[in-house]
Design a protein. Structure first.
Length: 157
């Protein structure tokens, strides 16, 4: 009876091995398709995310370049305005020097009084303009500080 038991045991072990191999193969076919499908979906999503990131980067670069172009145009206009203001200032300086020379060389008292009145008015006007400019500069500085303080910053752990 011993040989019969060994034969049946060997047949059972062989059958179990065949069944396990068959089950393994069926699972491979079934899950292999799902894995392949998931890999394809993942690749598609990665490509879509890559395209979205590229588009966002490109849009940011276009906005940045546009802002640079506007800033350069604004800087050129400011340079032109500064050159014009220098030319006007030089002209006024020459007029003031000429008036001072005429006063020094014996101008009539009425002309000196008129010149003093005009210079006083000009000084008052300049003073008001400087005060206005100072208020605008202070407002600008406050706005810049508020934006800088509100801007998210890097935190170190």
């Amino acid at each position: 009876m011993a040989p019969l038991l060994i034969t049946h045991t060997a047949a059972a072990v062989l059958g179990a091995a065949l069944a396990a191999t068959a089950a393994w193969q069926v699972q491979d076919w079934r899950l292999g398709g799902q894995i392949t499908s998931l890999q394809a979906t993942h690749a598609t999503e990665r490509a879509r995310a890559s395209q979205a990131a590229w588009a966002a980067e490109r849009a940011a670069a276009i906005r940045y370049q546009g802002a640079l172009n506007v800033a350069r145009t604004r800087e050129a206009a400011l340079q032109r305005d500064a050159a014009r203001a220098r030319a006007l200032s030089d002209g006024l300086r020459e007029q003031a020097a000429d008036a001072a020379r005429r006063i020094a060389h014996g101008a009539a008292p009425a002309a000196v009084a008129e010149y003093a009145t005009a210079v006083g008015e000009l000084f008052a006007d300049c003073s008001r303009s400087y005060q206005s400019l100072a208020r605008q500069a202070d407002g600008h500085a406050a706005d810049a500080r508020a934006l800088r303080d509100a801007w998210p910053g890097m935190t170190t752990p």
